[in-house]
Design a protein around this ligand. Structure first.
Ligand code: ARG
Length: 470
């Protein structure tokens, strides 16, 4: 059979052009969605009396047969048929004869491909919300085991104030919660039906877009046919959300890499999630964390790539837009791989409490608390800051930490110091003194864990409600 659009042509397509313009090598990933969309479309054609029901039945049977063959790997797609849409139409016609040619009535590849992409991303968004939720659960699991583990919190990568390890884990839970909410919000735009827009202007056939939307589970329909076929915002939005998730993951990766170094020795990643060196027998490298950190770059690249592709593109469909797919597929793969590995990597991570504690004992991260101590005794904060600055300097010069100082030594700097300063300086006290909403005090962190667990359950329900029905 010749090309589906061959009628107007007198010459064969140049072989190189055929290869250059074909998208079948990558858009075959849309096969399921393409058939899903066609099944709904043809049913609508029947219902609206555009084609007879007996043809509808033949076409539906044919599409199911083609789907079965594709699933079983019995189909060889052809570059000559350019893309997944025409490959499937060709296979359908081979399967049931010329009646298969009625499927494309009232439809264009332009609204068809857009519909496929909406269906495809709709499923992926649900999967990603689910994966993020699992990662949150792994982080919450670590948090629950470490509501008493104290480590130095850092600013400028310098020890700043002691915090609970649980608090640190919960910071990531909050970040991933925002990612979940962003994906959920994007769902309503993804879940909008372009089909029925035709090539760009609508169609002369009396179609029923509501019916198709309903069958495919779309909540809304594009209002403007030009917009329906030109819009790739929903993919940009997905790539942007994916970039944000990768950025968050990369920050956690960086911390895991640092923390598992000998210099920190705060955590140990499970052997199953590390690799060795081909030359240095002692090495255990945090490759997964490094690679996720590294792969963040390609996801950003795909975002910028698509934004650039769409910039200044006139309405409506342009072939440029075929380039929207590979970056999206690669992003889906990259994100899937990262999230699938991350939850178990966090779950199996060992936390070196003692090492963290030692780091807290051997630093000045309780200095703010003595300043606050003097403030509570009536000294203005700025003066207290100055006093403690001098006290710390004295400690550094005498190779001591604040808790090593005698009361007399403290008194050299201020008469306001009393014996109770030693309680104030205990790391537990320092942590629990930050008893404000969102702070690191253990009762606040326990409440944060409760709130997060409730949110996880809500997310689970959302995933359940937004699962594909077919
Ligand atoms: N393979 C094309 C794409 O992915 C499908 C739409 C083609 N439409 C067209 N008018 N050539 O963008």
């Amino acid at each position: 059979m010749s090309k589906l659009w061959g009628g107007r042509f007198t010459k064969k397509t140049d072989q190189l052009v055929e290869e250059y313009t074909a998208s079948i090598s990558f858009d075959q990933l849309l096969a399921e969605e393409d058939i899903q969309g066609s099944l709904a479309h043809v049913q609508m054609l029947g219902k609206c009396g555009i084609i007879p029901y007996e043809d509808v039945d033949k076409i539906r049977e044919g599409l199911h047969a083609v789907l079965g063959k594709i699933r079983r790997g019995e189909v060889e797609f052809s570059v000559a048929d350019e893309d997944i849409h025409m490959n499937i139409e060709k296979l359908l016609i081979e399967e049931i004869g010329s009646v298969g040619g009625k499927l494309h009535t009232g439809r264009s590849r332009n609204d068809q491909v857009a519909t496929d992409m909406h269906l495809y991303l709709r499923k992926r968004v649900n999967e990603f919300v689910d994966l993020l939720n699992k990662l949150q659960q792994a982080l919450i699991g670590q948090a629950k085991q470490h509501v008493e583990t104290i480590l130095p919190g850092y600013t400028h990568l310098q020890r700043a104030q002691p915090i609970l390890f649980a608090h640190h884990m919960m910071a990531y839970v909050s970040m991933f919660q925002r990612d979940i909410e962003r994906l959920q919000d994007s769902f309503k735009r993804i879940n909008t039906l372009p089909l029925g827009a035709g090539a760009l202007a609508g169609t002369t056939f009396p179609i029923d877009r509501e019916f198709v939307a309903e069958r495919l589970g779309f909540e809304r329909i594009y209002d403007n046919s030009l917009d329906a076929v030109s819009d790739r915002d929903f993919i940009v939005e997905f790539l942007s959300n994916a970039s944000m998730i990768m950025m968050h993951l990369s920050r956690l990766c960086e911390e895991l890499v640092l923390w598992s170094s000998n210099e920190f020795d705060f955590v140990e990643l499970d052997d199953a999630f590390c690799t060795g060196s081909s030359i240095m027998p002692q090495k255990k490298n945090p490759d997964v964390a490094e690679l996720v950190r590294g792969k963040t770059g390609r996801v950003y690249g795909h975002l910028v790539g698509l934004l650039t592709l769409l910039k200044s593109l006139p309405l409506a469909y342009n072939k440029d837009m075929q380039e929207d797919k590979e970056g999206m597929f690669d992003t889906v793969n990259t994100l899937q791989g990262a999230l699938q590995l991350f939850a178990p990597m966090i779950e199996t991570m060992t936390v070196n409490k003692d090492q963290m504690r030692q780091a807290v004992n051997e630093d000045f991260s309780n200095a703010t608390d003595i300043a606050d101590y003097l403030v509570n005794k009536g000294l203005p904060f700025r003066q207290a800051h100055e006093v403690i600055g001098k006290t710390v300097l004295y400690c550094i010069q005498n190779k001591k930490f604040l808790l090593d100082l005698e009361l007399e030594e403290f008194k050299q700097f201020s008469n306001l110091f009393e014996k109770d300063i030693y309680d104030t300086l205990q790391p537990e006290q320092v942590v629990n003194a930050r008893n404000v909403y969102g702070g690191t005090a253990s009762n606040q962190v326990l409440e944060a864990i409760n709130r997060a667990e409730a949110a996880t359950q809500e997310t689970e329900q959302w995933v359940e409600q937004h699962m594909e029905k077919n």
